[in-house]
Design a protein around this ligand. Structure first.
Ligand code: MN
Ligand code: MN
Length: 470
């Protein structure tokens, strides 16, 4: 094989070693911007709002605005807001129906602790919020850490109120409390998965009884919590029954390691892919290609619901666009355009965790710092529940990365019989569309403090950028 034809992957070098000083500087400044975005966008609501702000700053208009103006000019820069928690954006050239679209789909929900519908309780003169975990977590990891409360409440009066408590140092935080080591209770003998049971994830909400004299009120600490919530947000207990409230780690993303090569913090899965694909979109102001990005909700619980990848939202955006450009046969063009398009399922991959290396295929699985991960398939056991990118499409994508000298590595998923997991890929593949999983590796995935490499972050951005414009 001639040297120029050799894949960067085969050289077995970290991405850091492939880049010159100027490029490494760009990696670090990109990571600073990413860290800031992650710190201020800890829920799908917040991420959607910030994304729309960025899109509008860059000349993208909402579907509603374009439709009501009746004016469609190319390149058409348009976005769709699905219920404030899911968003898509497109940049289309005149020939988009002939060429098809390059699509990147990621998810902006992340594992967390949701508030239960009837959450407030009092026990031993402490008030608690009962919770239900969202997504696949190792529950014990979420105890003994400061939690912030985020979300949206619709009050009895019909007002929608945004909630955020615990991000500023001046604000209180919340916590799930653990047993102390001095007491060898039954918990000591439990297996890791059950150190905390689902029913035990009670978040402490308050400790001071209400001073309001009312003999009918027995739970006075709970009453005080309600008084404070009413003072701050104007809500009553019943408003909690319909609220979207979640507890997330209260800490910011931090540089990790003396060389600052890693980023430790909450929500890399999968906002790292959403952020890098958004940046790739915005950093491609002109192109011959037509492309789009989707930021989906509900991936962590199976891509369900109106805002998950199984929703018709994905194709409804396409139909609406075809309607805007007065497509003579929208039904045919919907099918034809979806089949002609090609997509990246932009989700994080598993990177080897060295301390537990025996759970991995140590000679094949991805490592932190070696570039973005290209996975032909995900799934568990014998490729169960997997889509699989066919060789010609996978080859096209990796050739593109090699051509542009973008560091990438081969996907892997731990030992065959041990691992399992999925992405949005299989749902999008149902449109008879080519799709492949590409994203950076994560260590400590689904924990309150996930770890990624800044080199993989930047390689992923470069990879998405190259794909959109191809
Ligand atoms: Mn994910
Ligand atoms: Mn996940």
């Amino acid at each position: 094989m001639a040297k120029s034809e050799k894949s960067l992957f085969l050289e077995q070098k970290t991405a850091w070693e492939r880049w010159n000083d100027k490029e490494v500087k760009m990696v670090f400044s990109f990571a600073d911007e990413y860290r800031e975005f992650l710190n201020t966008n800890k829920t799908e609501y917040e991420f959607t709002e910030s994304t729309i702000r960025e899109l509008e700053k860059n000349g993208y208009r909402s579907y509603e605005k374009v439709a009501s103006s009746g004016k469609v000019a190319f390149p058409l820069k348009i976005y769709f807001n699905n219920r404030g928690v899911c968003v898509s954006a497109f940049q289309l050239q005149k020939d988009f129906r002939e060429r098809g679209l390059n699509l990147i789909l990621s998810h902006i929900d992340a594992p967390r602790i949701d508030m239960r519908q009837n959450p407030l309780r009092e026990d031993f003169s402490l008030a608690f919020f009962k919770t239900i975990y969202y997504g696949g977590i190792r529950r014990y990891q979420w105890a003994n850490i400061p939690l912030a409360l985020h979300g949206v409440i619709c009050t009895k009066g019909g007002k929608t109120v945004k909630v955020s408590i615990g991000e500023k140092e001046s604000e209180p935080v919340f916590m799930i409390c653990d047993l102390l080591p001095h007491i060898k209770g039954s918990q000591t003998e439990r297996k890791a998965a059950d150190v905390f049971k689902g029913e035990e994830l009670d978040v402490t909400a308050g400790s001071i009884p209400s001073s309001v004299k009312d003999d009918k009120v027995k739970d006075r600490v709970k009453a005080k919590v309600l008084e404070l919530l009413h003072e701050k947000y104007g809500l009553v207990e019943q408003d909690l029954f319909t609220a979207d409230l979640q507890f997330v780690p209260a800490w910011p993303v931090r540089d990790m390691g003396l060389d600052r090569g890693l980023l430790a913090g909450y929500g890399h899965d999968d906002r790292i892919c959403a952020y890098t694909s958004l940046r790739a979109l915005l950093d491609t102001p002109r192109s011959k290609s037509s492309f789009g990005v989707y930021f989906m909700d509900k991936e962590e619980i199976g891509s369900t619901g109106a805002t998950g990848a199984q929703s018709r939202f994905v194709e409804n955006c396409i139909v609406r666009i075809l309607n805007l450009v007065k497509s003579p046969d929208p039904e045919f063009h919907r099918v034809d355009l979806l089949e002609k398009s090609r997509a990246i399922s932009a989700d994080v991959g598993i990177a080897i965790t060295p301390i537990f290396a025996d759970s991995f295929d140590t000679k094949g699985d991805p490592k932190l710092g070696f570039g973005t991960i290209v996975s032909k398939f995900v799934g568990g056991g014998g490729k169960s529940g997997s889509h699989e990118a066919r060789a010609p499409f996978a080859g096209m994508v990796t050739r593109l990365f090699d051509e542009k000298k973008i560091p990438w590595q081969v996907g892997g998923f731990g030992k065959v019989d041990l691992a399992g997991g999925g992405t949005v890929a299989k749902f999008i593949a149902q449109y008879n569309m080519d799709i492949i999983d590409i994203g950076p590796g994560v260590v400590s995935m689904h924990s309150p403090c996930e770890v990624i490499s800044k080199a993989d972050l930047y390689s992923t951005y470069l990879a998405y950028h190259a794909f959109l414009g191809c």
